[in-house]
Design a protein around this ligand. Structure first.
Ligand code: SF4
Length: 365
C-alpha cells in the first residue's frame, strides 16, 4: 500500500502519528517546522530528530514534492508548471511575480466537473479531487524555488484547475496549514479563493472565522447567458450566489471580488455592463475584468481594446470599482488546463517534449 503523504496532515494529526510512535508532542512541532517553515522535504536532513525517528518517518510517509513534468515561462517572469502527482495524474500551478508580490495560483482538482464553456480545463472533464497535501505542495514547490533567490511566496490564489468549493475539505485544510503561524505563516488576507458560485461552500466559508478573500466568477449579468457559460449556474441562480456573497462580506468584513471574463461579442456589450452594475450596486464589491485569449477548441474571441474600455467606463460611471487584468497570463481559470492539454495527448498520453518550451504560455489574461 502507498505510504500516506505527510503534507496531507494537520499539525494535530501529525502529533497523533508521532504519539503512536511513542514520541512527545514537541517532536511534531519540530517536524512541522522542518517542513512548513524550513521547506525541508527529506526526513534525513531533519538533524534535530533522532536517527531512528527519521528512519521511522521515512518508512511511514512520503514527503517529496511532485515532480515537474513541464514548464513554461513568459518574459515577465510568470511561470507555469505541470506537476506530476504520485498516481501519475498531473495539475498546473503558476507563479505570478508582480513588483513585490509573488503570487502562486493553485489547482484543487484534476480536471473540473463544472465545464465552463470558455475554459480548457472545463473541456477535459473531471478526474479526481486533489488531497490537501497535493494542493499545498504546489505552493511549497514555488516557495522552495523562490527561497534560492531570497524571496518568498506572498500571496496564494485558488484559481487554477478545478472548483475549490467542490473539494471543500481538502482545499480548506491545505489553506489552514499554509496559514498556520507555526509553519508557513501565510496570512489569510493574502489568500483568495475563487468560485463559480457554489452557494453552500460560500456560506460554509463565511463560518470559517478566517479572513480569506472571496472571488466569485460571474461572467454574465443575466441568468440565461450565465447558464450557457457556466453550466453549474443551473443549480445556483445569480440571486442565491449574490446573497451568499453578501453573507460572506457581512461575516468577514471583506470586499468580494467579482471576476468577469470578457468574451468578444458575447458578454461585453454596454447593456451587459449596465446590468452588471445594477446587480452589484450597493454591494461591497470589486470587479476584475479579464480578457479572453483564444485557445484551440474554445469558440470565443478576445474582445477589442476599445470595447473593454467602454465596458470599464460604463461600470465606473455606475459607481462600480473595476480593474482590467490584461496580462500575466494564467491569472484566471480560463487560462488553466492549456499546458496540461498540450503536454498530454487526447488520450492522456504524454506529447513530445518539444511541445513544451519557454515562451508565452496559453494564458488567458
Ligand atoms: S473556469 Fe474554473 S470552474 Fe469553470 S471549468 Fe474551468 S476550472 Fe472549472
Amino acid at each position: 500500500m502507498a505510504r500516506p503523504f505527510l503534507l496531507d496532515l494537520s499539525l494535530e494529526e501529525l502529533a497523533q502519528e508521532l504519539r503512536a510512535l511513542g514520541q512527545p508532542r514537541y517532536r511534531a512541532h519540530q517536524v512541522w517546522e522542518w517542513v512548513w517553515r524550513h521547506l525541508c522535504f527529506d526526513f534525513a536532513r531533519m538533524t534535530n530528530l533522532p536517527l531512528a525517528l527519521r528512519e521511522a518517518l521515512a518508512e511511514r510517509f512520503r514527503l517529496e514534492l511532485p515532480a515537474v513534468r513541464a514548464r513554461e515561462a513568459d518574459e515577465e517572469g510568470t511561470e507555469k508548471v505541470l506537476l506530476e502527482l504520485a498516481d501519475g495524474a498531473s495539475v498546473e500551478a503558476v507563479l505570478i511575480p508582480e513588483e513585490d508580490r509573488r503570487t502562486v495560483c493553485v489547482s484543487t482538482q484534476v480536471g473540473c466537473p463544472v465545464g465552463c464553456a470558455f475554459c480548457a480545463t472545463g473541456q477535459m472533464g473531471f478526474v479526481r479531487n486533489l488531497t490537501p497535501g497535493e494542493i499545498a505542495a504546489q505552493v511549497l514547490h514555488f516557495a522552495a524555488a523562490l527561497r534560492e533567490k531570497g524571496e518568498r511566496v506572498t500571496h496564494v490564489v485558488v484559481m487554477g484547475m478545478g472548483e475549490p468549493l467542490l473539494n471543500y475539505e481538502a482545499t480548506l485544510k491545505a489553506l489552514r496549514n499554509l496559514n498556520d503561524p507555526r509553519g508557513f505563516r501565510l496570512g489569510a488576507r493574502r489568500i483568495t479563493i475563487s468560485t463559480v458560485g457554489v452557494v453552500p461552500g460560500i456560506l460554509r466559508l463565511a463560518q470559517e472565522g478566517r479572513q480569506f478573500n472571496l472571488a466569485i466568477s460571474l461572467h454574465a449579468p443575466e441568468e440565461g447567458l450565465r447558464r450557457r457559460l457556466v453550466p453549474l449556474a443551473e443549480r445556483w441562480p445569480l440571486a442565491e450566489v449574490l446573497a451568499a456573497a453578501d453573507a460572506y462580506a457581512l461575516a468577514t468584513g471583506r470586499r468580494v471580488t467579482y471576476e468577469y471574463v470578457l468574451l468578444g461579442g458575447v458578454n461585453d456589450g454596454l447593456a451587459q455592463a449596465r446590468a452588471l452594475a445594477q446587480l452589484l450596486r450597493g454591494r461591497l464589491a470589486h470587479v476584475n475584468l479579464l480578457l479572453f485569449n483564444p485557445a484551440p477548441g474554445l469558440p470565443f474571441a478576445r474582445p477589442s481594446e476599445g470595447q473593454v474600455e467602454l465596458f470599464r467606463r460604463e461600470l465606473l460611471a455606475h459607481g462600480i470599482d473595476v480593474t482590467v487584468r490584461r496580462s500575466r497570463g494564467l491569472r484566471i481559470q480560463a487560462a488553466c488546463g492549456q499546458l496540461r492539454s498540450r503536454h498530454l495527448g487526447a488520450a492522456g498520453a504524454p506529447a513530445v517534449q518539444g511541445a513544451v518550451k519557454n515562451g508565452r504560455g496559453g494564458g488567458n489574461a
